[in-house]
Design a binder for this molecule. Structure first.
Ligand code: MEV
Length: 438
């Protein structure tokens, strides 16, 4: 077994690189050169990126693209998208254009509450615990005053601190379930700092509470942490138009189109295997914007999928209906996003992305992100229920295959022309290149 390395984080970048290359790669010099190719020539900029995490060796590129023509609540936007999947930006732009000619997208924030919890064990009388928590409510607020001062000035802060008895689920398990409004910040640090202070107040007050027996005073805090499940921080995005108005070059029979489209959504509502892929398509749009705007995509993913299971079975996040000849398609997404703090003021490209969106507040960003998810879902379902997904996917993928085989400009031109009339597949591209290279 390899011996563990001591003090690795304190080594210089060069030392780490040398060690890594020599330990894991036979062509160590080539690997080092490749890794260095991705360094930014601006040393200050590189240092900024290096310091985001520990043990940074280099940068890892993802494309930053834009999807224009998004009309959201009457305002037009070009969306910044960071994603590696070839068809996502094209699909977003296409859906945006389609709906911009049919009234655009509507989005509204339904609520903005965030949650954090202090998990603790207590072996004693539950009613006595309730009286104790009631008695120290004010103390929780006064002890967190210094932490919440700025947030309160911005209209946010701690909204509610509730005792929840969870002993039916786990012996002696209780929690303080705390509700927050974190305004334009995602709020993770704010929430966690408040929770740790609330836990300290709890631990101290329990010792001083006279009605408690010695055993009851043994109340133990297990942990204090925000929850990434935010079912009360939800935004709704929707599109709607008369069925007949869906007619386009691609949709020649709008009634047939909506019947199949609505059926596809119903399938995702009742069938978890389909729902997961359906929602993955929504997240193609959501994550691309969450990344571009420097938000925490793991938090968003975890919260969204938990929300998709809120009825006990994993289900579609989007819904569709036709009523009185009007087609409506919408999505509800729990999104804990920030436009201040974190990477938003640090990463230069995040600043560009936010500026491109008009420096939105968190609620507006929630709306834009939900729209990106809905647009992506519309694009996917439209393809799936008509031409199938591969036609568009493989057209986009063609460029990747050509890159893989280092096609020349002439070969590229030939290939693009050829595949306008022929089906793209990996082997078909290889065959064409071989025949061109003969
Ligand atoms: C691919 O990234 C996303 C889709 O599979 C979504 C869907 O099936 O709805 C096309």
């Amino acid at each position: 077994m390899a011996s563990s390395i001591k003090g690795f984080s304190k080594w210089t970048k060069e030392e780490k690189l040398q060690w890594l290359a020599k330990t894991y790669f036979s062509e160590s010099e080539e690997v080092i050169q490749l890794i260095k190719t991705y360094w930014n020539s601006d040393e200050d900029l590189q240092k900024l990126h290096d310091e985001f995490i520990e043990n940074t060796l280099t940068n890892f590129y993802l494309p930053f693209g834009v999807a224009p023509n998004f009309l959201i609540n009457g305002q037009s936007y070009t969306l910044p998208m960071v994603i590696e999947e070839s068809s996502v930006v094209a699909a977003a732009a296409k859906a945006a254009k389609f709906w911009s000619e049919r009234g655009g997208f509507t989005a509204e924030v339904l609520n903005t509450e965030k949650i954090g919890q202090v998990h603790f064990t207590y072996k004693g009388n539950a009613e006595k615990l309730e009286r104790f928590i009631d008695a120290i409510q004010d103390q929780f607020y006064s002890d967190t005053e210094a932490l919440t001062q700025n947030m309160r000035k911005r209209g946010g802060g701690i909204l509610k601190i509730e005792l929840r008895n969870k002993t039916q689920l786990l012996e002696n398990y209780y929690q303080l379930h705390v509700t927050f409004d974190t305004k334009d910040s995602m709020g993770a640090n704010f929430i966690n700092s408040c929770l740790e202070q609330i836990a300290s107040t709890l631990k101290l007050a329990v010792l001083q509470y006279e009605p408690f027996t010695a055993e009851e005073k043994e109340l133990e805090v297990v942990m204090s942490i925000l929850s990434n499940y935010v079912p009360n921080c939800v935004v709704r995005a929707s599109v709607s138009c008369a069925v007949a108005d869906l007619a386009s070059a691609e949709i020649t029979n709008p009634q047939e189109f909506v019947d199949k489209f609505v059926q596809a959504v119903r399938i995702a509502e009742v069938e978890p295997f389909r729902a997961v892929t359906h929602n993955k398509g929504i997240m193609n749009g959501v994550d691309a914007l969450v990344l571009a705007t420097g938000n925490d995509f793991r938090a968003v993913e975890a919260g969204v999928h938990a929300y998709a299971s809120k009825e006990g079975t994993y289900s579609s996040l989007s819904h569709a209906k036709v009523e009185n000849g009007i087609f409506t398609f919408w999505v509800d997404l729990p999104l804990a996003l920030g436009t201040v703090g974190g990477l938003t003021s640090l990463h230069p490209m995040v600043k560009v992305a936010l500026k491109l969106l008009g420096n939105p507040n968190a609620e507006t960003l929630m709306q834009i992100v939900a729209v990106a998810g809905l647009a992506q879902n519309f694009g996917a379902l439209k393809s799936l229920t008509t031409t199938g997904i591969q036609q568009g996917h493989m057209k986009m993928h063609l460029k990747n295959i050509l890159n893989q085989f280092e096609a020349t400009d002439d070969e590229r031109k030939n290939a693009i022309l050829h595949f306008e009339k022929n089906i793209v597949s990996h082997s078909a591209v290889v065959e064409l290149l071989e025949s061109l290279r003969k």
